[in-house]
Design a protein around this ligand. Structure first.
Ligand SMILES: [Zn+2]
Length: 131
């Protein structure tokens, strides 16, 4: 049987690499592979004031290295934008406006994730892999 297209170690390597690219090395990013809906790639909960984030990855939905890289970039972009998003959320009390802000945040983060620059910035693959 062929190994899965993306291993936990691949995700760990990608997080380490993109955290450096995005100047997030002073953050503590805690990775889990549990608690993500089956239709979701990943979720992140950022606490920028503590430079911490809880990142959950659904490994089953990472059907290629390319998809995994895009989703790691996407989730880490939430960390980059979290100071702005959190301060805006603190001043908005209308639930409709909060929903709009969340959608706008996803729009921006997805735009950043899809920028062609990421095609040119890919982490090196590990030379030796555990089977
Ligand atoms: Zn998102």
């Amino acid at each position: 049987m062929a190994p899965p297209p993306v291993s936990k170690a691949d995700v760990e390597d990608a997080i380490e690499f993109y955290a450096e690219v995005l100047c997030l090395t002073h953050w503590t990013i805690t990775l889990t592979f549990n608690g993500v809906d089956k239709d979701t790639w990943a979720t992140i909960d950022c606490a920028y004031e503590y430079r911490r984030a809880d990142l959950a990855i659904n490994l089953e939905n990472m059907t290629s290295q390319k998809i995994m890289h895009k989703k790691v970039v996407h989730e880490l972009m939430h960390c980059v934008l979290s100071p702005l998003c959190n301060v805006v959320m603190n001043y908005v009390t209308d639930s409709g406006a909060v929903k709009t802000l969340i959608n706008q945040q996803e729009f921006v983060v997805t735009h950043l994730e899809q920028m062609p620059i990421w095609e040119h910035i890919t982490p090196p693959r590990r030379k030796t892999r555990k089977k």
